[in-house]
Design a protein around this ligand. Structure first.
Ligand SMILES: *Cc1c(COP(=O)(O)O)cnc(C)c1O
Length: 359
Protein backbone atom coordinates (compact mmCIF):
# COMPACT_ATOMS: atom_id res chain seq x y z
CA UNK A 1 0.00 0.00 0.00
CA UNK A 2 1.40 3.38 -0.97
CA UNK A 3 1.66 5.89 1.82
CA UNK A 4 -0.97 8.16 0.37
CA UNK A 5 -3.37 5.53 -0.81
CA UNK A 6 -5.92 3.49 0.97
CA UNK A 7 -5.99 -0.10 -0.11
CA UNK A 8 -9.10 0.43 -2.22
CA UNK A 9 -10.61 -2.53 -4.04
CA UNK A 10 -12.48 -1.85 -7.24
CA UNK A 11 -15.55 -3.62 -8.52
CA UNK A 12 -17.01 -1.99 -11.59
CA UNK A 13 -20.68 -1.89 -12.48
CA UNK A 14 -21.51 -4.53 -15.10
CA UNK A 15 -23.96 -2.32 -16.89
CA UNK A 16 -23.83 1.44 -16.86
CA UNK A 17 -26.96 3.51 -16.29
CA UNK A 18 -28.46 5.67 -18.96
CA UNK A 19 -27.38 9.27 -18.42
CA UNK A 20 -30.16 11.74 -17.57
CA UNK A 21 -31.20 14.58 -19.86
CA UNK A 22 -28.45 17.20 -19.43
CA UNK A 23 -30.94 20.04 -19.71
CA UNK A 24 -33.13 18.89 -16.84
CA UNK A 25 -30.71 17.72 -14.18
CA UNK A 26 -32.07 19.75 -11.27
CA UNK A 27 -30.25 19.10 -8.03
CA UNK A 28 -29.54 15.71 -6.43
CA UNK A 29 -32.00 13.71 -8.55
CA UNK A 30 -29.67 11.28 -10.29
CA UNK A 31 -26.71 9.26 -9.02
CA UNK A 32 -23.69 7.99 -10.89
CA UNK A 33 -22.67 4.39 -11.52
CA UNK A 34 -20.19 4.04 -8.66
CA UNK A 35 -19.64 5.02 -5.04
CA UNK A 36 -16.81 4.82 -2.54
CA UNK A 37 -17.44 2.96 0.72
CA UNK A 38 -15.33 2.14 3.76
CA UNK A 39 -16.10 0.82 7.22
CA UNK A 40 -14.81 1.62 10.67
CA UNK A 41 -14.85 -0.49 13.77
CA UNK A 42 -13.21 0.07 17.12
CA UNK A 43 -11.06 -3.05 16.62
CA UNK A 44 -10.02 -2.54 13.01
CA UNK A 45 -10.19 1.21 12.42
CA UNK A 46 -10.94 2.04 8.77
CA UNK A 47 -11.10 -1.05 6.59
CA UNK A 48 -12.80 -2.61 3.55
CA UNK A 49 -12.34 0.51 1.42
CA UNK A 50 -13.86 -0.05 -1.99
CA UNK A 51 -15.19 1.60 -5.09
CA UNK A 52 -18.24 -0.31 -6.18
CA UNK A 53 -21.55 0.08 -8.00
CA UNK A 54 -24.01 2.59 -6.54
CA UNK A 55 -26.60 0.47 -4.78
CA UNK A 56 -28.68 0.17 -1.60
CA UNK A 57 -26.99 -0.53 1.73
CA UNK A 58 -27.86 -3.42 3.96
CA UNK A 59 -28.17 -1.82 7.40
CA UNK A 60 -29.65 -3.08 10.69
CA UNK A 61 -32.95 -1.48 11.77
CA UNK A 62 -31.20 -0.98 15.11
CA UNK A 63 -28.32 0.94 13.45
CA UNK A 64 -27.59 3.82 15.79
CA UNK A 65 -27.88 6.48 13.08
CA UNK A 66 -31.63 5.83 12.83
CA UNK A 67 -32.17 6.37 16.54
CA UNK A 68 -29.55 8.77 17.83
CA UNK A 69 -28.58 10.61 14.67
CA UNK A 70 -24.81 10.36 14.43
CA UNK A 71 -24.62 11.42 10.79
CA UNK A 72 -22.34 13.98 9.14
CA UNK A 73 -21.79 14.98 5.54
CA UNK A 74 -20.03 17.26 3.12
CA UNK A 75 -20.85 18.80 -0.25
CA UNK A 76 -18.47 19.82 -3.02
CA UNK A 77 -18.36 19.74 -6.79
CA UNK A 78 -16.24 18.45 -9.65
CA UNK A 79 -16.12 20.82 -12.62
CA UNK A 80 -15.27 20.45 -16.27
CA UNK A 81 -12.56 22.96 -17.08
CA UNK A 82 -10.84 24.05 -20.23
CA UNK A 83 -9.45 21.29 -22.46
CA UNK A 84 -11.56 18.67 -20.68
CA UNK A 85 -9.75 19.09 -17.34
CA UNK A 86 -11.62 17.70 -14.32
CA UNK A 87 -11.25 20.00 -11.35
CA UNK A 88 -12.15 19.87 -7.66
CA UNK A 89 -12.43 23.10 -5.67
CA UNK A 90 -10.73 23.05 -2.23
CA UNK A 91 -11.62 19.38 -1.57
CA UNK A 92 -9.18 19.02 1.32
CA UNK A 93 -11.03 21.78 3.14
CA UNK A 94 -14.24 19.76 2.87
CA UNK A 95 -12.59 16.62 4.22
CA UNK A 96 -10.97 18.54 7.08
CA UNK A 97 -14.33 20.08 7.92
CA UNK A 98 -15.84 16.58 7.91
CA UNK A 99 -13.24 15.66 10.52
CA UNK A 100 -14.20 18.69 12.63
CA UNK A 101 -17.82 17.56 12.44
CA UNK A 102 -16.69 14.02 13.35
CA UNK A 103 -14.93 15.20 16.49
CA UNK A 104 -18.02 17.14 17.62
CA UNK A 105 -20.27 14.12 17.02
CA UNK A 106 -17.92 11.55 18.66
CA UNK A 107 -17.29 9.87 15.31
CA UNK A 108 -13.94 8.67 13.90
CA UNK A 109 -11.80 10.95 11.77
CA UNK A 110 -11.03 9.96 8.19
CA UNK A 111 -7.51 9.99 6.69
CA UNK A 112 -7.85 13.15 4.58
CA UNK A 113 -5.18 12.70 1.91
CA UNK A 114 -6.01 9.03 1.38
CA UNK A 115 -9.71 9.72 1.06
CA UNK A 116 -8.94 12.54 -1.35
CA UNK A 117 -6.98 10.09 -3.51
CA UNK A 118 -9.94 7.71 -3.46
CA UNK A 119 -12.34 10.56 -4.30
CA UNK A 120 -10.24 11.51 -7.30
CA UNK A 121 -10.24 7.90 -8.48
CA UNK A 122 -14.00 7.72 -8.04
CA UNK A 123 -14.63 10.95 -9.95
CA UNK A 124 -12.34 9.81 -12.72
CA UNK A 125 -14.12 6.47 -13.02
CA UNK A 126 -17.49 8.24 -13.42
CA UNK A 127 -16.06 11.13 -15.46
CA UNK A 128 -18.65 10.71 -18.22
CA UNK A 129 -21.23 11.88 -15.66
CA UNK A 130 -19.70 15.33 -15.27
CA UNK A 131 -22.12 17.58 -17.13
CA UNK A 132 -20.74 19.89 -19.81
CA UNK A 133 -23.33 22.65 -19.65
CA UNK A 134 -22.43 26.08 -18.34
CA UNK A 135 -22.89 26.19 -14.58
CA UNK A 136 -23.49 22.43 -14.37
CA UNK A 137 -21.24 20.20 -12.25
CA UNK A 138 -20.93 16.84 -10.54
CA UNK A 139 -22.02 17.25 -6.91
CA UNK A 140 -20.05 15.06 -4.49
CA UNK A 141 -21.55 14.03 -1.17
CA UNK A 142 -19.16 12.40 1.36
CA UNK A 143 -21.18 11.05 4.30
CA UNK A 144 -20.56 9.16 7.55
CA UNK A 145 -23.19 7.35 9.64
CA UNK A 146 -23.26 5.20 12.80
CA UNK A 147 -24.03 1.60 11.91
CA UNK A 148 -23.73 -0.42 15.09
CA UNK A 149 -27.00 -2.27 15.59
CA UNK A 150 -27.72 -1.55 19.25
CA UNK A 151 -30.05 0.60 21.32
CA UNK A 152 -28.88 2.68 24.28
CA UNK A 153 -27.29 6.11 23.96
CA UNK A 154 -23.50 6.15 23.52
CA UNK A 155 -21.15 6.61 20.58
CA UNK A 156 -21.54 3.82 18.03
CA UNK A 157 -18.62 1.40 17.76
CA UNK A 158 -19.10 1.01 14.00
CA UNK A 159 -19.42 3.52 11.15
CA UNK A 160 -19.88 3.60 7.42
CA UNK A 161 -18.27 6.31 5.31
CA UNK A 162 -19.32 6.71 1.69
CA UNK A 163 -19.08 9.10 -1.22
CA UNK A 164 -21.92 9.37 -3.73
CA UNK A 165 -22.15 11.74 -6.69
CA UNK A 166 -24.95 13.45 -8.54
CA UNK A 167 -24.84 15.48 -11.77
CA UNK A 168 -26.48 18.84 -11.11
CA UNK A 169 -27.64 21.60 -13.42
CA UNK A 170 -26.86 25.31 -13.27
CA UNK A 171 -28.51 26.77 -10.20
CA UNK A 172 -29.52 29.87 -12.13
CA UNK A 173 -30.30 28.52 -15.57
CA UNK A 174 -31.76 31.84 -16.73
CA UNK A 175 -29.49 34.25 -14.91
CA UNK A 176 -29.75 35.40 -11.31
CA UNK A 177 -33.13 35.71 -9.71
CA UNK A 178 -32.74 37.45 -6.34
CA UNK A 179 -34.50 35.57 -3.56
CA UNK A 180 -37.14 36.55 -1.00
CA UNK A 181 -35.84 35.70 2.46
CA UNK A 182 -37.91 35.32 5.63
CA UNK A 183 -36.19 36.59 8.76
CA UNK A 184 -36.98 33.84 11.27
CA UNK A 185 -37.85 35.22 14.70
CA UNK A 186 -39.48 32.14 16.23
CA UNK A 187 -37.46 29.04 15.41
CA UNK A 188 -33.67 28.89 15.87
CA UNK A 189 -30.96 26.87 14.13
CA UNK A 190 -28.13 26.61 16.60
CA UNK A 191 -27.38 27.46 20.21
CA UNK A 192 -24.00 28.31 21.75
CA UNK A 193 -22.46 25.03 22.90
CA UNK A 194 -24.62 23.11 20.41
CA UNK A 195 -23.78 21.53 17.07
CA UNK A 196 -24.36 24.48 14.70
CA UNK A 197 -20.77 24.38 13.53
CA UNK A 198 -20.99 20.71 12.52
CA UNK A 199 -22.45 19.63 9.18
CA UNK A 200 -24.58 17.07 10.95
CA UNK A 201 -27.94 15.75 9.74
CA UNK A 202 -29.92 16.83 12.81
CA UNK A 203 -29.30 20.52 12.09
CA UNK A 204 -31.16 20.15 8.81
CA UNK A 205 -33.97 18.06 10.27
CA UNK A 206 -34.44 20.78 12.89
CA UNK A 207 -34.66 23.49 10.23
CA UNK A 208 -37.26 21.95 7.91
CA UNK A 209 -40.27 23.31 9.81
CA UNK A 210 -39.06 26.89 9.60
CA UNK A 211 -38.26 26.41 5.91
CA UNK A 212 -41.69 24.99 5.03
CA UNK A 213 -43.54 27.69 6.94
CA UNK A 214 -41.46 30.38 5.21
CA UNK A 215 -42.12 28.77 1.83
CA UNK A 216 -45.85 28.70 2.54
CA UNK A 217 -45.60 32.46 2.99
CA UNK A 218 -43.91 32.77 -0.40
CA UNK A 219 -40.28 33.00 0.68
CA UNK A 220 -37.39 30.91 -0.65
CA UNK A 221 -35.33 30.56 2.51
CA UNK A 222 -35.00 31.72 6.09
CA UNK A 223 -32.46 34.06 7.61
CA UNK A 224 -31.53 32.65 11.01
CA UNK A 225 -31.05 34.90 14.01
CA UNK A 226 -29.07 33.99 17.12
CA UNK A 227 -30.87 31.70 19.55
CA UNK A 228 -30.38 33.75 22.72
CA UNK A 229 -31.58 37.23 21.74
CA UNK A 230 -33.13 36.74 18.27
CA UNK A 231 -31.12 39.79 17.30
CA UNK A 232 -27.87 38.89 15.58
CA UNK A 233 -27.84 37.60 12.00
CA UNK A 234 -26.34 34.10 11.58
CA UNK A 235 -26.88 32.33 8.24
CA UNK A 236 -29.35 32.08 5.39
CA UNK A 237 -30.69 28.54 4.92
CA UNK A 238 -27.66 26.41 4.16
CA UNK A 239 -25.51 29.33 3.04
CA UNK A 240 -23.48 31.97 4.82
CA UNK A 241 -24.79 35.54 4.63
CA UNK A 242 -23.03 38.69 3.44
CA UNK A 243 -24.02 42.37 3.39
CA UNK A 244 -22.50 45.32 1.58
CA UNK A 245 -22.90 48.43 3.75
CA UNK A 246 -21.06 51.66 2.88
CA UNK A 247 -19.02 49.67 0.35
CA UNK A 248 -17.78 47.36 3.09
CA UNK A 249 -18.40 43.60 2.89
CA UNK A 250 -19.74 42.34 6.22
CA UNK A 251 -20.39 38.78 7.37
CA UNK A 252 -21.03 37.32 10.84
CA UNK A 253 -17.96 35.78 12.51
CA UNK A 254 -17.53 32.03 13.02
CA UNK A 255 -18.36 31.61 16.66
CA UNK A 256 -19.55 28.03 16.99
CA UNK A 257 -23.15 28.45 15.84
CA UNK A 258 -22.35 29.09 12.17
CA UNK A 259 -21.08 26.68 9.53
CA UNK A 260 -17.57 27.56 8.37
CA UNK A 261 -18.45 27.73 4.68
CA UNK A 262 -15.72 27.19 2.13
CA UNK A 263 -17.53 29.54 -0.25
CA UNK A 264 -17.64 32.06 2.63
CA UNK A 265 -13.89 31.78 3.02
CA UNK A 266 -13.34 32.08 -0.75
CA UNK A 267 -15.56 35.18 -0.91
CA UNK A 268 -13.62 36.83 1.92
CA UNK A 269 -10.29 35.98 0.31
CA UNK A 270 -11.27 37.22 -3.15
CA UNK A 271 -12.74 40.44 -1.76
CA UNK A 272 -9.45 41.08 0.07
CA UNK A 273 -7.51 40.29 -3.12
CA UNK A 274 -9.64 42.87 -4.93
CA UNK A 275 -8.97 45.54 -2.33
CA UNK A 276 -12.51 45.55 -0.92
CA UNK A 277 -12.88 46.37 2.78
CA UNK A 278 -14.01 43.26 4.66
CA UNK A 279 -15.34 42.91 8.19
CA UNK A 280 -16.22 39.70 10.04
CA UNK A 281 -18.35 40.99 12.87
CA UNK A 282 -21.65 40.52 14.62
CA UNK A 283 -24.45 42.41 12.95
CA UNK A 284 -28.01 42.81 14.22
CA UNK A 285 -31.11 42.53 12.07
CA UNK A 286 -32.00 46.08 13.22
CA UNK A 287 -28.74 47.39 11.78
CA UNK A 288 -29.44 45.59 8.50
CA UNK A 289 -32.93 47.09 8.27
CA UNK A 290 -31.77 50.59 9.21
CA UNK A 291 -29.00 50.41 6.60
CA UNK A 292 -31.46 49.18 3.97
CA UNK A 293 -33.82 52.03 4.81
CA UNK A 294 -31.20 54.80 4.72
CA UNK A 295 -29.71 53.41 1.51
CA UNK A 296 -26.26 52.44 2.85
CA UNK A 297 -27.02 48.71 2.49
CA UNK A 298 -26.60 48.09 -1.22
CA UNK A 299 -26.33 44.30 -1.45
CA UNK A 300 -27.06 41.12 0.49
CA UNK A 301 -26.26 37.60 -0.69
CA UNK A 302 -25.88 34.04 0.48
CA UNK A 303 -22.72 32.04 -0.28
CA UNK A 304 -22.54 28.26 -0.50
CA UNK A 305 -21.43 25.43 -2.77
CA UNK A 306 -24.83 24.72 -4.36
CA UNK A 307 -25.57 28.19 -5.80
CA UNK A 308 -22.14 29.82 -5.20
CA UNK A 309 -23.71 33.28 -4.73
CA UNK A 310 -27.41 33.78 -4.13
CA UNK A 311 -28.48 37.45 -4.19
CA UNK A 312 -31.18 38.53 -1.73
CA UNK A 313 -33.87 40.73 -3.30
CA UNK A 314 -35.90 41.30 -0.14
CA UNK A 315 -36.19 40.38 3.50
CA UNK A 316 -39.51 39.87 5.26
CA UNK A 317 -39.30 40.66 8.98
CA UNK A 318 -42.16 40.94 11.46
CA UNK A 319 -44.66 41.81 8.76
CA UNK A 320 -42.43 44.35 7.03
CA UNK A 321 -40.83 44.01 3.60
CA UNK A 322 -37.28 45.30 3.26
CA UNK A 323 -36.16 45.66 -0.35
CA UNK A 324 -32.48 45.28 -1.20
CA UNK A 325 -31.12 47.13 -4.24
CA UNK A 326 -34.66 47.33 -5.67
CA UNK A 327 -34.73 43.54 -5.81
CA UNK A 328 -31.88 43.42 -8.32
CA UNK A 329 -28.52 41.67 -8.23
CA UNK A 330 -25.72 43.92 -6.95
CA UNK A 331 -22.42 44.53 -8.70
CA UNK A 332 -20.24 42.77 -6.13
CA UNK A 333 -22.60 39.76 -5.99
CA UNK A 334 -22.30 39.45 -9.76
CA UNK A 335 -18.53 39.91 -9.74
CA UNK A 336 -18.05 37.28 -7.03
CA UNK A 337 -20.36 34.85 -8.80
CA UNK A 338 -18.55 35.26 -12.12
CA UNK A 339 -15.12 35.21 -10.46
CA UNK A 340 -15.67 32.08 -8.38
CA UNK A 341 -17.31 30.22 -11.26
CA UNK A 342 -14.38 31.10 -13.53
CA UNK A 343 -11.90 30.04 -10.87
CA UNK A 344 -13.65 26.72 -10.29
CA UNK A 345 -13.45 25.96 -14.00
CA UNK A 346 -9.79 26.86 -14.33
CA UNK A 347 -10.47 30.04 -16.36
CA UNK A 348 -8.77 32.34 -13.87
CA UNK A 349 -5.35 32.37 -12.25
CA UNK A 350 -5.54 30.02 -9.23
CA UNK A 351 -3.47 32.19 -6.89
CA UNK A 352 -4.45 30.37 -3.72
CA UNK A 353 -3.94 26.85 -5.04
CA UNK A 354 -7.59 26.01 -4.54
CA UNK A 355 -7.91 23.68 -7.50
CA UNK A 356 -7.12 19.99 -7.44
CA UNK A 357 -6.86 18.39 -10.83
CA UNK A 358 -8.37 14.92 -11.22
CA UNK A 359 -7.35 14.59 -14.86
C1 LIG B 1 -22.82 23.65 3.88
C2 LIG B 1 -23.33 24.84 4.57
C3 LIG B 1 -22.89 26.14 4.28
C4 LIG B 1 -22.00 26.47 3.09
O1 LIG B 1 -20.77 25.85 3.12
P1 LIG B 1 -19.95 25.70 1.75
O2 LIG B 1 -18.70 25.02 2.19
O3 LIG B 1 -19.69 27.06 1.27
O4 LIG B 1 -20.77 24.90 0.82
C5 LIG B 1 -23.36 27.19 5.06
N1 LIG B 1 -24.23 26.96 6.07
C6 LIG B 1 -24.70 25.74 6.35
C7 LIG B 1 -25.66 25.58 7.47
C8 LIG B 1 -24.27 24.65 5.62
O5 LIG B 1 -24.75 23.43 5.88
Amino acid sequence: MLKNELDVSLSKAETLKEKPDQDNLGFGQYFTDHMFVMKWSREQGWHDAEIRPYEDFHIAPAAMVFHYGQAIFEGLKAYRGKDGAILLFRPEDNLKRLNNSAVRMCMPRIPVSKVLQAMKGLVYLDRDWIPEGEGAALYIRPTMVATEGALGLRPSSEYLFFIIKSPVGAYYAEGFSPTRIYVEDKYVRAVPGGVGEAKTAGNYAASVKALTEAQQKGYTQVLWLDALEHKYVEEVGTSNIFFVINDELITPPLGGTILAGITRDSVLQLARDWGIAVDERRITIDEVIAAAEDGTLTEAFGAGTAAVISPVGEFGYQGKTIMINNGKTGALSQRLFDGIQALQRGMMQDEHNWLVRVA
